[in-house]
Design a binder for this molecule. Structure first.
Ligand SMILES: [Fe+2]
Length: 279
């Protein structure tokens, strides 16, 4: 399944969180789409799936996973992928995404999105696995850049070179998290614009915007604050470079009332409108 750039523009969305299920159904907030965390709905029946079915009748949905572990040296978890495929058949999302990371090895789950060593060896490994996943799911996936706090001595290329090669060779798309680029740039002392400028312009299909915790000498990517001014500025640069890209606010902790997040979605909408981009 190919995601045409213009046709795949959904506008300005929000991460779907259980705190807001009732509010969404009662008040039909003015957001264009929702992103559902795949793993929250990969069970037969239950309340989350009930709400997702209801919400998907009113809004476009995209699915975002955290457990594919595309970079791990463990074999791909085919049971997980089958459950993911079944959920996609039910929800009919506009697309399915996960992260360019590994989450465990040797059967041990770190419950964290760990960065990869950016070497030729891991590049080959990841490209093969992305192709395998896409063949199995019968759709192209989006991969998101993770924020990171460590680098590897055996990396031989930058994250953006690695990420671009994966997209090109595996024929997948980017979910660019603008906040994650800002966080990693701060933690590893690179220019976030170097990152943005190196990403192939035609493969970006979604942006994430989120807040974080700045501890002075490092940033922890907590997703528990509003988006900061510097990240909004970087979003403006991303719009200049990539144009019409579906954008969403991602809040994972200290989740405020729905209206607060809808206001942040509106902020993104206004910045994009200022650049001539609207749904
Ligand atoms: Fe994200």
């Amino acid at each position: 399944m190919n995601l045409d750039r213009k046709e795949s523009f959904l506008g300005f969305g929000l991460g779907l969180r259980s705190d807001h299920y009732e509010d969404i159904l009662e008040n039909n907030p003015a957001v264009d789409w929702f992103e559902a965390i795949s793993e929250n709905y990969m069970v037969p029946g239950g309340k989350p799936l009930y709400y997702l079915d209801q919400i998907s009748e009113r809004y476009p949905i995209v699915m975002h996973g955290v457990s594919m572990s595309i970079g791990s040296t463990d074999p791909l978890n085919m049971d997980y992928l089958q459950d993911l495929k079944n959920l996609a058949e039910r929800v009919q999302p506009k697309w399915v995404s996960d992260h360019l990371c590994w989450t465990g090895t040797g059967g041990y789950n770190l419950h964290d999105l760990m960065p990869l060593p950016y070497s030729e060896e891991s590049l080959k490994h990841v490209i093969g696995r992305v192709k395998q996943v896409q063949d199995f799911l019968e759709r192209r996936i989006l991969l998101e850049n993770v924020s990171s706090y460590l680098t590897y001595k055996n990396s031989t290329m930058s994250e953006w070179e690695f990420y671009s090669e994966v997209a090109k060779e595996a024929d997948c798309y980017f979910l660019l998290d603008i906040n994650n680029i800002y966080v990693s740039a701060f933690n590893h002392d690179f220019d976030p614009l170097d990152y943005l400028n190196a990403i192939p312009e035609d493969r970006v299909r979604q942006f994430h915007l989120a807040g974080h915790q700045n501890n002075g000498d490092h940033i922890v990517d907590t997703h528990d604050h509003p988006v900061i001014r510097e990240v909004w500025d970087l979003y403006g640069h991303a719009l200049d470079r990539f144009g019409t890209v579906s954008t969403m606010i991602e809040r994972d902790d200290h989740i405020p009332a729905l209206n607060n997040l809808v206001s942040e979605v509106d902020q993104a909408r206004q910045i994009a409108a200022g650049k001539g981009i609207s749904l």
